[in-house]
Design a protein around this ligand. Structure first.
Ligand SMILES: O=C(O)C1=C[C@@H](OP(=O)(O)O)[C@@H](O)[C@H](O)C1
Ligand SMILES: C=C(OP(=O)(O)O)C(=O)O
Length: 447
């Protein structure tokens, strides 16, 4: 709950020997949240392998239990979920506390809100600052009642579902898989067809998993970059086996580390290569990165590849705004790569970065400033002037944001003087094994 009791743990990183070795980054966070949620909404048993056991996902798992699911933990990453089926959710006795997790809380608002139960959502100081109106607006159109909320549509808030949810056709006001998913999940318990239109395609894990669990859902191109998704309501979902692929958003950290630390050669195993998630890899390849995709195969319904990454001399590029949805969580680490590149990297259209765990545009800017990197912000664009080397410094303020903490620690692995961050505890929300895994490659990172 809130910020109270949060005990920050500073951390630092410094340059040292080349990074060498292989690692498999943990399970994808987006798919891990959804595998729990679809387990809850199914009849029978869902078996999950490779679940990300980060704090964000564990909060979603607890919320699923509060809403009626039975969870069995069979070992690291291995879970079984006995669901209650669509329509079978029970009213939670306590607040659903989502900690730091935007995805868990927003998706679950669609799930719980489409049932005739009352549920209260809360989280830490970061989640309490994030906009929830973008979720509440479409849910209200579906007949869901917001009983109480903090000013501006933030958690803590209480919602009450109607006896029967109304299906809608909804065009998302921002490129957000969380908005799309909240509406589609509410549509699962609505009679008739729910349609979501997005002007820019965002990650499609909800659509893919709905299909896997037995829903009738179609997705067709819409406009130049968008999709139109149509879901038939009130299907019976059946428990399934889900093998969670390795998270490209987590693999991004050792990947950029290998690119910037001289002499490095690292293999990242089984990285999910879903085209709606790999904008960072496309961008780094344009910058001249030496990334070889090996052993491309299917795992758990997604294409995965082993990535062999070698230290590279990077050049600045311009990243088009329409690429943002496919790399939205990767801009902080791209800003680190851009700092080590020669020349200017322009990242266009970053407005959504302002509503993440913190205002990531401001947090990245403050960190670059501390490290002595030259940059500008023009509206929603970040322009980094790389010179091939970085001075270092800190402590960078991380504002309860895991990706800011990991990004500036990676920066320190090649800087002239060490980098420090004010708090590394939030790394446990998405990549709890980050420090030991980076150490296993030879990185000088830690307390
Ligand atoms: O649907 C998801 O799993 C996610 C969607 C993205 O958020 P938005 O929908 O706000 O862009 C992303 O930033 C988040 O880490 C995970
Ligand atoms: C934005 C993120 O997550 P969430 O919205 O789920 O808190 C993230 O992991 O970078």
């Amino acid at each position: 709950m809130a910020h109270a009791g949060h005990d920050p743990k500073p951390a630092s990183a410094r340059s040292g020997s080349p990074l060498r070795g292989r690692l498999r980054a943990p399970g994808d966070k987006s798919i891990s949240h959804r595998s729990m949620i679809f387990g809850l909404l199914s009849i029978g048993e869902t078996v999950i392998e490779g679940l990300l056991e980060g704090d964000d996902v564990i909060r979603t798992a607890k919320a699923c239990e509060q809403l009626g699911a039975t969870l069995i933990h069979d070992g690291p990453g291995k879970w079984r979920v006995h669901g209650v089926g669509i329509g079978g959710l029970k009213e939670p006795k306590d607040v659903l506390d989502f900690g730091n997790a935007g995805t868990g809380s927003r998706l679950m608002m669609g799930v719980a809100g489409s049932h005739p139960i009352t549920s209260t959502f809360d989280g830490d100081a970061s989640l309490r600052s994030r906009p929830m109106r973008r979720i509440l607006d479409p849910l209200e159109k579906m007949g869901i009642n917001v009983v109480s909320q903090t000013e501006g549509g933030r958690v803590p808030l209480t919602i009450k579902g109607p006896r029967e949810t109304i299906p809608v056709t909804y065009e998302t006001p921002a490129p957000s898989a969380q908005i799309k998913s909240a509406v589609l999940l509410a549509g699962l318990n609505s009679p008739g067809e729910t349609v979501v239109i997005e002007q820019e395609a965002t990650r499609d894990h909800t659509e893919r998993m709905m299909k896997l669990f037995g829903a009738d859902i179609t997705s067709v191109p819409h406009g130049q970059f968008g999709r139109k998704i149509t879901l038939k309501g009130q299907p019976t979902l059946q428990g399934r086996k889900v093998i969670v692929p390795s998270d490209p958003s987590s693999a991004a950290f050792p990947l950029v580390a290998a690119l910037i630390v001289p002499g490095s050669e690292v293999v990242l195993e089984a990285v999910m290569m879903n085209p709606l998630r790999i904008g960072l890899i496309d961008t780094l390849l344009e910058m001249g990165a030496d990334i070889e995709q090996m052993n491309i195969r299917e795992e758990g319904g997604e294409t995965v590849a082993d990535l062999k990454v070698k230290h590279s001399s990077l050049q600045g590029v311009s990243v088009p705004a329409e690429r943002a949805p496919s790399m939205i969580d990767e801009y902080p680490i791209l800003a680190i790569a851009a700092s080590y590149a020669q020349g200017t990297t322009r990242m266009n259209g970053l407005h959504e970065l302002r509503v993440k765990e913190c205002d990531r545009l401001d947090a990245v800017a403050a960190g670059l400033e501390m490290a002595g990197v030259s940059f500008e912000i023009e509206g929603d664009d970040l322009i980094v002037h790389g010179t091939g080397s970085v001075r270092g410094g800190g402590p960078v303020q991380t504002h309860l944001d895991h990706r800011i903490a990991m990004s500036f620690l990676i920066m320190g692995l090649a800087s002239e003087t060490p980098m420090t961050v004010d708090d590394s505890t939030m790394i446990a929300t998405s990549f709890p094994t980050f420090v030991p895994m980076m150490k296993s490659l030879g990185a000088a990172i830690g307390d």
